[in-house]
Design a protein around this ligand. Sequence first.
Ligand code: UD1
Ligand code: CA
Length: 452
Amino acid sequence: MTSRSFLPIVLGAGLGTRMRSDVPKVMHEIGNLPLVGHVLKALQAAGADRIAVVIGPDMPELERAVARISPNASCYVQTERLGTAHAALAAEPALQQASDDVLVLFGDTPLVTEATISRVRDGLAAGADVAVLGFEAKNPFGYGRLLTCDGRLMAIREEKDATDEERKVTLCNSGIMGFNGKVALELMQAVGNANAKGEFYLTDAVEIANERGLTVKAVSAEEEEVQGVNTRAQLAACEAVFQKRARLAAMEAGVTLHAPETVYFSHDTELGVDVVVEPNVVFGPDVKVATEVRIRAFSHLEGARVGSGTSMGPYARLRPGAELMEDTHIGNFVEIKKAVVGRGAKVNHLSYIGDADIGAGSNVGAGTITCNYDGFGKHRTVIGDGSFIGSNATLVAPITLGKGVYVAAGSTVTEDVSDDALVLGRARQSEKPKRAAELRARFKAAKNAAKS
Ligand code: UD1
Ligand code: CA
């Protein structure tokens, strides 16, 4: 039903008192994306042309996050928190512009999928004036109950207003409600606040619609998909579902995960086919990995690009700006930051490579450090193609080493090096024959003298 115009309103005002946080509730993250961002992404996938997001006063970070994640979203401020119908009406200017379908969703219910959003819209397209997404709750406490009669949805009763009999109902309101765009605004405006909480409940629109002879319908979803976040424990529960989905999606896309439950994904992780991920790997934000890459155990990646055929880890760390070209080898305890490692280059052991360009086919020996920071600024190290950096070299940036350079092990290199040069930046070895034996004899004698 993609030809129908579609206005989603995402409610996200409030800090969420049970989160005990100074951050707006919907700014808490799962998969490194704010909760509200997951809802926005699902709505974009479902084809929303414009999105209204209702926020609280003084939430500039939330406003910026919304603009960044969804350029076609506009924020509306609900100045007082008077209930979900009142919140939806904060977006009245958006509601004034005609749309076929109006959907209200909660920013704290992040796991809803494009498919489910489309099913609610299908209900509207099939003639419903109000379509409510319900679910069978294992523990219905706290949710609005869907009161049905002969299969028809008559009303939604909030926990605090329900009779004992009504509280036994396990079919609950997920919070996602669809409205025929022609009646959405008038139904929301007709909601009053004569209830236990003194709030304007959007859920009352169901009873009002029935009184007006409009068509009301319930659509159902799995509880896992509509679970909301009111506490830190529920945040962790949603993170777990997000990770489970991300792992399955990766495997379905052709990635091997040796121990899926130990691999952590971001919302934007991209892995090519035949990537193999060993146990205990963490993908931070903004990581793209090409095909046939092996990521060994305990590696941590963020803000990084990894070229085909590369192997990294165990215990490798890629920080923002790390760019590994094809067929590179990054070994254990190597940290790469804001650096390009050229095709086929190797950095196999215990190195820090920051603010650097390493030429194709170069070999960086164990323990090599780029000294990129002088306490004030960051400086670049450039290493030409086919160079060999001996173990434990210290490259003091800014510095440029040409192509085919050979740096002797243990060198401290402070000046630029020309192509094909050998550079030694260390003390010359000197040998004192028999001196070790002499020293031992002297020390032993001194110790014996002290004892007697
Ligand atoms: C709401 C529903 C309930 C449903 C449950 C599902 C109502 C009256 N009740 O209850 O039927 O079972 O969600 O989780 O709709 N918000 C605002 N401004 C407000 C009030 C709320 O923006 O003035 C936003 C909140 O940020 C939140 C969402 O609306 O994202 C839901 O509000 P909340 O107070 O958590 O509603 P519940 O009592 O959980
Ligand atoms: Ca809630």
